[in-house]
Design a protein around this ligand. Structure first.
Ligand SMILES: Cc1cc2nc3c(=O)[nH]c(=O)nc-3n(C[C@H](O)[C@H](O)[C@H](O)COP(=O)(O)OP(=O)(O)OC[C@H]3O[C@@H](n4cnc5c(N)ncnc54)[C@H](O)[C@@H]3O)c2cc1C
Length: 489
C-alpha cells in the first residue's frame, strides 16, 4: 500500500487529494494535512467583504467530506520535509504540527511514498511595515484573502457607510500593499463591488475612490495584460480597465510600492522614484505572497531548504530557473509536470510551486526598488495542476516509476476569470475575461503572445450569473456531491 500525502486543503490540494483518493481506491492511502478545518471558496470572499454573503456561505467543514472520500485528514500544518528520511530510517517523512482535532501543538512525523505540496501562499503582511506583522493582518487596513478577513472587512465597510449616511466623506483606498504583490484581480473585483454597494446605499457621492497598485499599467493583472478582438482590431486590457475606472469615477495610482502603512495613511514610492502619501478612511490592500516557509533536511539532518525551495519559499519544480533577463524568457521556461528535480516523489501544485520568473515585465525604480506584479496562479490553473499532479502520482503508484507524467503548463492552458461588480441577478455588471494561454507564447503567437480566438473580455450582467453558477458549482464539486468528477476545474 502506498501513501500519498497532500499538504494543503485549498483549491489545488483538495482537487489533488480527492481525485487521488478516487483513482487509487482502498488499495492505497491518501492523507491531507491542512491547518484549517474548513474549505473556503476564496473567489466569493469578495462578496463576503461587502456584506453580500456570510462566511458560512463560502466555507464548509472538511472532516465529513474527507471521511466520505476515505481520505485521512490531519488538521495540522506541515513544518518540514525529510525527503531522504533520517538517521533512524530511509523512509521520507513530513513533520507536522496539529492545529486542531484535540491535538493542537503536538508534532508528528508522517511518512510518505509521494508528497504533493499544495500549501498555497503565506500572506506576507509583515513585508510592509504597518500592513501587518508575522501574526498576520495589521490594525489599519482590511483584507479579503480569507473568509474571516472578508467578514471583518464587511463590518468595517458597514461602519464607513453609516458615517457617509451621517454626512462624513470617506476615502476608499484599494489595491496592492507592496511593490511585489500578485492577485491584482481580487483587489480589482473588490473595488468595483465596493463602488456598486456605495451606489446601492445611496452614498456614492460621499466617497472618494482610489486604486493603488504595483502594475505599470492598468489592466496588467500580473500577466502583462492581454488583448481582445474588438471590431477588427486587438484592444488592450489597459483600454478596457481605464474605461471601467473612468466610467465609475475611480482614480488610479499605478507603479506604486506601498512601503509603509499608518493609521489613515500609506506612504509609497512610484516607478519614477518619487515618493508620496495617500490618506484613507477605509483601505483594503492585498499583501505580497511568499511560500509558507517549509524547511527541508537531508538524512544527516543538514538543512537542504535551498535545494528543495526557491528563495521566495515556493517549491522548485521542472521549470527553467536560469532564463535570466526578461528578453530571454520563453513559454518553455514554465513547468509541465511540477515534479521536484531533486526528489522525484515530491510535487508541487497551485501557488506552492516556484514560477521560473514573473509574467509581467520587471521594473526597478532609480532608487533600486523593484515594482512589478509577481505571477498569479489563479483558481483554474491551480485546480488543473492539482488534478494533473494527482494523475501522475496515481500512475507512478499503479504503473511503476517509468509511468508517463501528466502535463499542465501554464503556457499551454487558458484561464477564465469573472470580476463581479455587485451580486444581484438583475443589477450591476461583471467583467468576464478568458485568456489563452495564461503565460504568453511569443514564438507560437507572434506579436501579442496569445491566441485572440480564445482570449476575450466582456462587461455585462451575464458575468454575475456565471459567478453565481461558479460559486455553487465549485462548492458542490468540492463537497464531492454526485457527479463531482464531471465538473471541470
Ligand atoms: C480574495 C481573492 C479572490 C480571488 N478570486 C479569484 C477568482 O475570482 N478566480 C480565480 O481563478 N482565482 C481567484 N483567486 C485566486 C485563488 O483563490 C487561488 O488561485 C487559489 O486559491 C490557489 O489555490 P492553492 O491551492 O494554491 O492555494 P489555497 O487555495 O490558498 O490553499 C492553500 C492551502 O494550504 C494550506 N496551508 C497553508 N500552510 C500550510 C502548511 N504549512 N501545511 C499544510 N497546509 C498549509 C492553507 O490553509 C490552504 O488550505 C482569488 C484569491 C483571493 C485572495
Amino acid at each position: 500500500m502506498a501513501r500519498v500525502v497532500v499538504l494543503g486543503g485549498g483549491v489545488a490540494g483538495h482537487t489533488a487529494a480527492t481525485f487521488a483518493a478516487d483513482w487509487l481506491g482502498k488499495d492505497h492511502e491518501v492523507v491531507v494535512v491542512t491547518p484549517n478545518s474548513k474549505w473556503n471558496w476564496i473567489p466569493s470572499n469578495i462578496w463576503v467583504g461587502v456584506g453580500q454573503m456570510t462566511k458560512e456561505e463560502v466555507t464548509f467543514d472538511l472532516a465529513p467530506v474527507y471521511e466520505k472520500a476515505g481520505i485521512t485528514y490531519k488538521q495540522a500544518k506541515a513544518v518540514s520535509l525529510n525527503p531522504e528520511g533520517n538517521a533512524s530510517g530511509d523512509k521520507p517523512f513530513v513533520t507536522i504540527e496539529y492545529t486542531g482535532q484535540g491535538k493542537a501543538g503536538k508534532s508528528e512525523e508522517v511518512t510518505y511514498d509521494y508528497l504533493i505540496n499544495a500549501t498555497g501562499p503565506k500572506l506576507n503582511f509583515a513585508a510592509t511595515p504597518g500592513l501587518g506583522d508575522a501574526n498576520g493582518l495589521g490594525e489599519f487596513t482590511v483584507s479579503v484573502c480569507t473568509a474571516d478577513h472578508a467578514d471583518h472587512a464587511a463590518h468595517e465597510f458597514a461602519k464607513a457607510i453609516e458615517k457617509m449616511k451621517k454626512g462624513e466623506r470617506q476615502k476608499f483606498l484599494i489595491g496592492t500593499g507592496h511593490g511585489m504583490c500578485t492577485c491584482q484581480g481580487a483587489a480589482f473585483e473588490y473595488i468595483f463591488n465596493i463602488e456598486h454597494e456605495l451606489r446601492k446605499a445611496g452614498v456614492r457621492d460621499m466617497a472618494d475612490m482610489q486604486w493603488i497598485s504595483n502594475e505599470s499599467f492598468l489592466g496588467d493583472f500580473g500577466i502583462g495584460g492581454l488583448h481582445m478582438k474588438r471590431g477588427g482590431y486587438a484592444a488592450s486590457s489597459r483600454l478596457f480597465a481605464e474605461s471601467l475606472y473612468s466610467e465609475r469615477g475611480v482614480k488610479w495610482l499605478i507603479g506604486a510600492h506601498v512601503n509603509k502603512v499608518e493609521k489613515g495613511k500609506v506612504s509609497y514610492e512610484l516607478l519614477d522614484g518619487s515618493m508620496g502619501e495617500q490618506e484613507f478612511d477605509f483601505a483594503m490592500l492585498i499583501p505580497p505572497f511568499a511560500g509558507v516557509g517549509l524547511k527541508a533536511y537531508d538524512k544527516a539532518g543538514e538543512d537542504i531548504t535551498a535545494t528543495v525551495f526557491a528563495p521566495n519559499g515556493f517549491m522548485k519544480v521542472d521549470a527553467n530557473y536560469s532564463a535570466g533577463a526578461y528578453e530571454n524568457w520563453k513559454a518553455s521556461d514554465w513547468p509541465r509536470t511540477y515534479q521536484n528535480p531533486t526528489y522525484k516523489n515530491l510535487f508541487a501544485a497551485g501557488i506552492a510551486f516556484a514560477p521560473p520568473h514573473p509574467i509581467s515585465k520587471p521594473m526597478t525604480t532609480p532608487n533600486g526598488t523593484q515594482i512589478f506584479p509577481t505571477p498569479p496562479r489563479t483558481g483554474m490553473p491551480s485546480g488543473i495542476i492539482g488534478k494533473a499532479v494527482a494523475h501522475s502520482v496515481c500512475d507512478l503508484i499503479k504503473k511503476g516509476p517509468s509511468a508517463h507524467l501528466h502535463e499542465a503548463s501554464m503556457a499551454e492552458m487558458g484561464a477564465a476569470c469573472v470580476a463581479s461588480a455587485g451580486k444581484g441577478l438583475f443589477d450591476g455588471t461583471a467583467a468576464a475575461l478568458t485568456v489563452y494561454p495564461v503565460v504568453p507564447d511569443f514564438e507560437k503567437y507572434p506579436g501579442l503572445g496569445r491566441d485572440l480566438d480564445y482570449t476575450f473580455g466582456e462587461i455585462g450582467l451575464a458575468g454575475h450569473w456565471i459567478k453565481h453558477i461558479l460559486h455553487h458549482m465549485f462548492i458542490y464539486k468540492a463537497k464531492l456531491n454526485p457527479g463531482w468528477t464531471m465538473i471541470p476545474e
